[in-house]
Design a protein around this ligand. Structure first.
Ligand SMILES: [Zn+2]
Length: 169
């Protein structure tokens, strides 16, 4: 059985073959269930699984980012013109001087508090466009446990890297 990373958990993926054309992916307590049409080729199955995972990640990341940004805006307002979500290979997120924030869809793989740390990190760049002491002070105001969350992030990055070939999609 293959696995899917979601919100800090590695969840076994079960596949249910059914006559309906429409594919679905649901996260249950101990497993993820993908419903796929039985007459797909294995290449089409792989494509469908990849699309389903991306949709799941998109919905999840958008929700967490929007909720976290709303909280941050409430405590320390900062202008944000654009928030984008996309697949990125080397970064979890980025912020630019023209008030836009970008987030990697793979954020959905991480535990919620680590996702929030990354969102806080990028939001803090709207105050300080560097990694100066002032920047980390801003981060620590929003997330007093940011060091711990960074440590978890670094160790998960290693794990994802090692398990890359084991990932289903
Ligand atoms: Zn940074």
């Amino acid at each position: 059985m293959k696995d899917i990373f979601f919100q800090g958990r590695k969840i076994p993926l079960k596949i249910d073959y059914q006559p309906q054309k429409r594919s679905r992916l649901e996260i249950h307590q101990d497993y993820a269930l993908a419903s796929l049409c039985y007459d797909l080729t294995s290449k089409q199955q792989k494509e469908q699984l990849s699309i389903l995972q991306e949709k799941l990640y998109q919905v999840s990341v958008k929700k967490v980012v929007q909720e976290t940004l709303a909280l941050l805006q409430h405590h320390a307002p900062r202008r944000i013109d654009k928030v984008r979500f996309k697949k990125m290979t080397s970064r979890w997120g980025s912020a630019s001087a023209n008030h836009s924030l970008n987030f990697n869809l793979d954020l959905a793989k991480l535990p919620l508090k680590v996702q929030q740390y990354i969102i806080i990190h990028e939001y803090s760049h709207l105050f300080e466009m560097n990694h100066s002491k002032a920047f980390w002070n801003t981060v620590s105001k929003f997330d007093p446990h940011y060091r711990e969350n960074r440590r978890i992030l670094r160790s998960l990055e290693k794990q994802f890297h090692q398990e890359k070939n084991l990932q289903p999609i």
